[in-house]
Design a protein. Structure first.
Lengths: 97, 164
């Protein structure tokens, strides 16, 4: 059983790392601020979710698990909020050069 | 009315203190600091998000959460696919979405929720109060997806709306 959980952890955390990598590649390849924000917010949100999900079987229930989930939710909230604010600022800059 | 806000304050305070205990542990010395932190958090929360009259519908909220999870996965996969494609398939542009939710916390929640949708990014409001979305690919059926999410959110917040 613990081997299955370990394999799950390795697969999920690796998948999470892949999405973080994809987000960073997007930051480099996408042409402007707004498209780059897409890459970072979406890929990192999924990447962090997968990393957290992968770590859950290794964490102590309930305290460490709830902490992990809280980290993901707060990062999600911060990403969604800051992403919107930056998009708003970038749009304003585009329309009034 | 006053009774409602006292109850809301007690419930929120208990929630914040419980969360503190989960994060920090149950040492009594830390608990004193936790009480102060929970009181401050309750004050801020009552000020920023006053208790409303509407009741949350938890079944609809659960459906919204499920959809949010699915959309996060699709959004992440979509962006990764575009990023790693050699041709970099992008057709960026803006979409104007006339939002039905009133401006304020509900509308902000909608913006935050939909920021994970595949290919969309809320980028403020236009002069008429409609939400502006930046899209990675303007040919995706973004507006239809947004309408489904908005219908669910309106129902979850206790509003009546015939949309599913």
């Amino acid at each position: 059983m613990s081997l299955v959980l370990d394999i799950f952890t390795i697969v999920a955390v690796s998948a999470g790392a892949f999405f973080f990598l994809a987000g960073t590649v997007g930051l480099l390849r996408f042409p402007d601020t707004l498209t780059r924000l897409h890459a970072l917010t979406k890929a990192d949100n999924l990447g962090l979710g997968l990393v957290v999900m992968g770590l859950l079987p290794q964490a102590e229930w309930p305290f460490d698990s709830i902490k992990l989930i809280a980290i993901w939710l707060f990062a999600l909230l911060a990403g969604a909020t800051v992403g919107q604010l930056m998009a708003r600022a970038a749009r304003r800059e585009q329309t009034t050069p | 009315m006053k009774n409602v806000s006292v109850r809301a304050a007690m419930a929120r305070g208990a929630g914040f203190f419980g969360f503190w205990l989960v994060l920090i542990g149950t040492d009594p010395v830390d608990g004193v600091a936790g009480l102060f932190a929970a009181a401050a958090a309750t004050g801020a929360s009552l000020r920023l998000l006053p208790p409303g009259g509407g009741r949350l519908r938890y079944a609809v909220l659960a459906r919204l959460a499920l959809r949010f999870g699915q959309e996060s996965i699709m959004g992440g996969v979509d962006v990764a696919r575009r990023v790693l494609s050699v041709r970099l398939p992008l057709r960026p542009g803006f979409l104007v979405y006339p939002v039905r939710l009133p401006p304020g916390p509900a509308c902000n929640t909608f913006g935050a929720l939909t920021s994970v949708l595949p290919g969309t990014l809320p980028a403020g409001v236009d002069d008429h109060g409609a939400l502006l979305y930046h899209c990675l690919d303007v040919e995706q059926p973004v507006a239809a997806q947004l309408a489904i999410d908005e219908g669910l959110l309106i129902r979850a917040l206790g509003g009546t709306h015939d949309d599913t």
